[in-house]
Ligand binder design. Structure first.
Ligand SMILES: [Zn+2]
Ligand SMILES: [Zn+2]
Length: 226
């Protein structure tokens, strides 16, 4: 089989009772990269060059900073600042150059080596999930029993659905049905939650609807990590 990544992690996270197993997978992938950037990766010339060129987004800077090994963060962010000093902090001598520099500065804060690496890795997961659908009967059942995905990860699964090969049509039909049913489920839970605020329903049980809003957050925008 041409799997290049941890299919065990996919199987494990698809069995978790959650609104998006891909958010759970992404959390593991991201943590692995954060760990690397706080340890071994700092020492490699190749990585240091990339950190200088791309830097970290604010979110990943905060995540690195909130963990152990502040020295490692300081060393890497110095490399990034040196790179910025060479390309973005020269004297400006004309309005044209000022405009060009302004655009370059805005772009510079959007690049992030950890975002790039995580996305690269996640694409492999999207493709592998499609391949597993085609090749593993057990996984087909697991997928069917899951509660769908956050909208972003649903879009990514659709985007890379061709990896299911000859089973692509069946695969997109299954995931679109799954997503549509599960968004409808959330909508119903929200209705129960809203209805509960009518005094006539005050004694009705709230059930799952109690956590409908935080789970809607995950369904629409993905799980928030820091
Ligand atoms: Zn997600
Ligand atoms: Zn980032």
């Amino acid at each position: 089989m041409a799997y290049h990544i941890d299919t065990g992690l996919i199987k494990e996270k698809f069995k978790v009772d959650c609104e998006c197993p891909l958010c759970e997978i992404k959390k593991v992938v991201e943590e692995q990269f954060l760990h690397e950037f706080l340890n071994d990766a700092v020492m490699e010339d190749n990585t240091r060059i990339k950190v200088g060129k791309l830097g970290f987004c604010a979110r990943h800077f905060d995540m690195l900073f909130s963990r152990q090994n502040k020295l490692s963060v300081a060393l890497q962010i110095r490399t990034r600042i040196e790179n910025m000093q060479a390309s973005l902090l020269n004297e400006v001598k004309s309005a044209g150059a000022a405009k060009k520099l302004a655009d370059a500065i805005d772009k510079a804060n959007e690049t992030c080596i950890i975002c790039d690496l995580t996305q690269e890795s996640m694409v492999k997961y999207y493709k592998t999930i499609a391949q597993m659908f085609e090749r593993e009967r057990e996984f087909f059942k697991t997928l069917l029993k899951s509660k769908g995905f956050c909208m972003h990860h649903y879009a990514e699964l659709l985007r890379y659905s061709k990896s299911a090969g000859f089973a692509t049509k069946e695969y997109v039909s299954l995931i679109s049905g799954l997503q549509s049913r599960n968004v409808a489920r959330i909508e119903k839970e929200l209705k129960v939650f809203c209805d509960k605020h009518d005094y006539r329903n005050a004694l009705e049980p709230l059930g799952n609807a109690e956590t409908a809003l935080p789970r809607t957050r995950i369904k629409l925008y993905g799980k928030k990590y820091d």
